[in-house]
Structures are given as structure tokens and as C-alpha cells.
Design a protein around this ligand. Structure first.
Ligand SMILES: NC(=O)c1ccc[n+]([C@@H]2O[C@H](COP(=O)([O-])OP(=O)(O)OC[C@H]3O[C@@H](n4cnc5c(N)ncnc54)[C@H](O)[C@@H]3O)[C@@H](O)[C@H]2O)c1
Length: 472
């Protein structure tokens, strides 16, 4: 039976968090801030080393400050591995390891199963294992079998689903003031214990484990649908010569729809949406339940980078041999994460079409990049044939269009991220294209030929054929 109540944020608990990534480290730091006793285990030495020196290995506003607060208060500790010592007195083990897609797009749960095995094998007493990682419905039940097999005799392990909804670049803020907390458990006492970990006064959705797992998948699938829908409307706006941002605001201010995630852009990316959209579809295939809406959203998204490339091909009469200044590599502003970034996808398309890409991003960590990476925006822009803004960093919005115009060899600017004020950039003599705004690529002067209606009283009647109407 599903019910909605509020979290109470009651007494403090002893928690072990596995994984110090965006979700794990944020959870560990915020739990300590909320008064819990926390050990955070991170197996990657490159992530662990800065943690042991009091620095955050990932960029998240406010995270490092709270982390230092937790360490100084003795409520937060870091460790390289899960052992008996780390598990001493632990009531809850929260698993926040990666669940990347495998070659078929299905989530790979190897890290999760390994972490579940390790915490269970080292638990001296009964333990609640919380799966924070995003997993397909049914996973918690499977993980519970893994735990039971690894646990010492007489130790009872209960597995609970409590998916995470934080956004990178606002992880701490989202964790401490979430829209909702979701807890899926087979036992209501265990569900209450897990709900106690979170801040007080947050809407709490208690359900079964499969329900909780599906809430996360369905939420991300719906966000992807919103983004792709916005991009389809944006394409219409380009043809009509009207402004997509305003049209979508007009749509989204309807509370039934909501304006968030209803903005035109280079498509969705990051470590979650593309992966969870394909996981949602894999789930549909496995269950025999069609996921046509989400499949269409994915198709639209895959075309988004290609549409940006086509604009550059048209504007430059071919990109082969041209130098493109690319501002932005992170999948969105405010984060150093470039996993599945639309900016990187566009860079790859440009490079495979014969362009040279010179890129600048203030923070993005990029493992391999076939273009050239430079240290500031103007180093990228100098003498380039065109400029593309692919991530809406604030520092790109405040660039002086005149200074850019002086340095850029060509005149074309493509604002794929919606970061620029097109008017002032056009006034600087630049030819500025956007997504769903700016110079229309193919403007139709006639709105809708043929007008397939007749209005006898005003004398308008449809003429046969597809080409027009006459006064009757
Ligand atoms: N990043 C987000 O914005 C976000 C938001 C909501 C949900 N999620 C989900 O949360 C999960 C984690 O995402 P993330 O972005 O934090 O991943 P991440 O890759 O940044 O971090 C995972 C960390 O776990 C560590 N790890 C793996 N196995 C370990 C083990 N046995 N012992 C110790 N450390 C181990 C890895 O070294 C890595 O540092 C994923 O399932 C993801 O889909 C992510």
C-alpha cells in the first residue's frame, strides 16, 4: 500500500557509504551534517587521496566546506576498503556505486553486487543495505540474495531501495532540501529507519522496492521526454521565425506542465539521463511493455548534435578544413562532469567531418579528446572560422561580443546552449544562430498552406487541391 507522509529526521544512525562519487560523497557529507556517524569508502585511489587531505575530488558547490565540517566534528571518516573495522556498529550501508550501461544499453550491476557482497560479508550484526544507485526494478530483490549468500550465519540483511534525485552542480542543495524522499522496502520498520536518515519535513513516498526503483527510472525518462519535446518545438520556432524560449515559457507556466526542463538546447546528456532512458527501454523490452514515447525522445535527442552540425555546415559552406572554437565541454554548466556530454558529441561530429576543434571549458574533466584544449575562451576564439557555445557557463554569457568579433576570423556564432544575448552579438557584426531562435534556417513566409478549412459566413471556402482557397 503506497502512502505519502513527511520525513521526521529523528535520531542519528551509524552509516557506511560505499562510493565517493557525486551521489556517494554528497550523501556521506550531508548525512554527517545532519548528525549521523558516517564512514565513506572509496576504492579509487585518485578519488580517495584528496579526500584524506580534506579536499573534494569532484566539483560541487558547498560540498568541500561541509566535508571539512564533518571531518572536524569527527562524524565523517574516509576509508579505502570495506573491512570488519569499517563495519563495526554500522546499522545502514548505503551503496552509491556506478551502474554504467553495458554494450546493449542495459545497466551493468557488477559494482553494485560486489559492494553488496563486501558489506554483507563484513557485517557483524543485522544490517540494512540501501541501494542508492539507479537500478532497474527487481534489482534490490536480486541484491538481497547476494547479501544473504555473503553474510555470516545468523546475520540478517534487509535491502531497501532509496533512489537519488540530486542534480550535479546543485547536489548539496538538492540533497538537503529534496522535492521528495523515496523509500521502497518490504518491511515498514526498516523503511522508517531509512527515512530517518534524511532531513525532516520532506514529502516521503513509501512504497515497495520495485515501485521505488521504477520511480527513479520513470522520472528520468519523463525529463528526457520534456527536453526532446522542447527541442521539437524549438525546431518549429526556427521555421516560423519565432522565439522558442518564449514559446516554451508560455507553455511551461501552466502548472500542469511546469517550465523546468522545457528549454531548447543541445539535447540531454550527462551520466544519468541517456543511461536511464536506455535502461527504461530495456526494462520495457524485458517486460513486454512498449516504451514508444521514450524511444521517440531518445531518437530526437540523438539528432540534436547532428542538427547543430548541419547549421555549421550551412553557415560555413562546409566545415571540412575549418577551425571551430568550441566553448564548453561539460554536460552542463556548474559541473566538471563531461560523461555523455552533448558538447563532446558535437566536437566528435565536427572532427569526423574534417573540422579542427579548439575547445575551452573552465572545469570539465575529459578523459580523451581528439581536438585541442586551450586555457581560455579567447585562445579558442583567436582566428577561428566560427564559434560554438556548447555549455551555458556564465563566463561565456558575459563575453564581450565586440572583443569576440575582433578576434574571430569568420562571422558565424552558433549558440547551442542558449547562453548569449543574440541582439548584442548581432550588433557586433556577428551572424548568430541559436537553437529555436536567431536567424531562421528555413523560414516559411506562408504559415500553413493549404488552409484546410472553410468559413462560409466570411466567404472563405477551401478550393480543391492543396494550394489555396478562394472567396466564395
Ligand atoms: N551523478 C548524478 O547526478 C546521479 C544522480 C542520481 C542518481 N545517480 C546514480 O547514482 C549512482 C552513482 O552515480 P555517481 O555519478 O555518483 O557515480 P560515480 O562514478 O561518480 O561514483 C561511484 C564511485 O563508487 C566507487 N566504487 C565503486 N565500487 C566501489 C567499492 N566496492 N568500494 C568503494 N568504492 C567503490 C567508484 O570508485 C566511484 O568513485 C549511479 O547509479 C547513478 O546512476 C547519479
Amino acid at each position: 500500500m503506497t502512502s505519502i507522509e513527511m520525513t521526521k529526521g529523528a535520531r542519528s544512525h551509524s552509516v557506511l557509504v560505499v562510493g565517493a562519487g557525486y551521489v556517494g560523497l554528497t550523501s556521506a557529507v550531508c548525512f554527517a551534517h545532519l548528525g549521523h556517524q558516517v564512514v565513506c569508502v572509496e576504492a579509487n585511489p585518485f578519488r580517495l587521496a584528496p579526500l584524506l587531505e580534506g579536499r573534494s575530488p569532484i566539483h560541487e558547490p558547498g560540498l568541500e566546506e561541509l566535508m571539512v565540517e564533518g571531518v572536524l566534528s569527527d562524524r565523517l571518516h574516509f576509508a579505502p576498503a570495506i573491512g570488519k573495522e569499517e563495519m563495526t556498529g554500522v546499522e545502514v550501508a548505503l551503496l552509491a556505486v556506478g551502474t554504467p550501461p553495458d554494450e546493449n544499453g542495459d545497466p551493468d550491476l557488477t559494482q553494485l553486487a560486489a559492494a553488496a557482497r563486501e558489506v554483507s560479508a563484513n557485517a557483524a550484526g543485522d544490517l540494512v543495505v540501501v541501494v542508492k544507485s539507479t537500478v532497474p526494478p527487481g534489482s534490490c530483490e536480486a541484491i538481497e540474495l547476494v547479501c544473504a549468500e555473503a553474510a555470516l550465519e545468523g546475520v540478517r540483511i534487509s535491502v531497501v531501495s532509496s533512489p537519488e534525485f540530486l542534480r550535479e552542480s546543485r547536489a548539496v542543495e538538492d540533497f538537503l532540501a529534496p522535492d521528495r524522499v523515496v523509500v521502497g522496502a518490504s518491511d515498514s520498520q526498516v523503511a522508517d529507519l531509512v527515512a530517518d536518515l534524511y532531513p525532516a519535513g520532506v514529502p516521503l513516498v513509501k512504497t515497495d522496492r520495485r515501485g521505488a526503483e521504477l520511480i527513479k527510472y520513470a522520472a528520468n525518462a519523463f525529463l528526457a521526454v520534456k527536453i526532446s519535446f522542447a527541442n521539437e518545438v524549438a525546431a518549429m520556432c526556427e521555421s516560423l521565425g519565432t522565439e522558442a524560449a518564449t514559446v516554451l515559457l508560455g507553455v511551461g507556466l501552466d502548472q500542469r506542465i511546469g517550465k523546468d526542463f522545457l528549454r531548447p538546447g543541445p539535447g540531454y546528456g550527462g551520466s544519468c539521463l541517456p543511461k536511464d532512458v536506455s535502461g527504461f527501454q530495456a526494462l520495457g523490452r524485458a517486460m513486454g511493455t512498449p516504451t514508444r514515447v521514450v524511444a521517440a525522445a531518445e531518437e530526437v535527442n540523438q539528432e540534436a548534435s547532428r542538427a547543430a552540425l548541419m547549421k555549421l555546415e550551412m553557415g560555413l559552406a562546409g566545415v571540412a578544413g575549418k577551425t571551430i572554437a568550441l566553448l564548453g565541454l561539460a554536460f552542463k554548466p556548474g559541473t566538471d562532469d563531461s560523461r555523455d556530454s552533448p558538447a563532446l558529441k558535437l566536437a566528435e561530429l565536427l572532427i569526423s567531418s574534417g573540422a579542427r576543434v579548439r575547445a575551452y571549458d573552465p572545469l570539465a574533466r575529459v578523459e580523451s579528446f581528439a581536438g585541442e584544449r586551450v586555457d581560455c575562451a579567447f585562445d579558442a576564439i583567436e582566428d577561428a572560422d566560427a564559434l560554438v557555445v556548447a555549455t551555458a557557463w556564465q563566463e561565456f554569457s558575459v563575453l564581450s561580443p565586440m572583443a569576440v568579433a575582433e578576434r574571430l576570423a569568420g562571422r558565424m556564432v552558433l549558440d547551442a546552449a542558449g547562453a548569449l544575448d543574440l541582439e548584442s552579438w548581432s550588433e557586433a557584426g556577428l551572424v548568430v544562430y541559436g537553437i529555436g531562435r536567431g536567424a531562421p534556417v528555413a523560414f516559411h513566409p506562408v504559415v500553413w498552406p493549404p488552409l484546410r478549412w472553410a468559413h462560409h459566413r466570411s466567404g472563405l471556402r477551401l478550393l480543391d487541391g492543396d494550394t489555396g482557397f478562394v472567396a466564395g
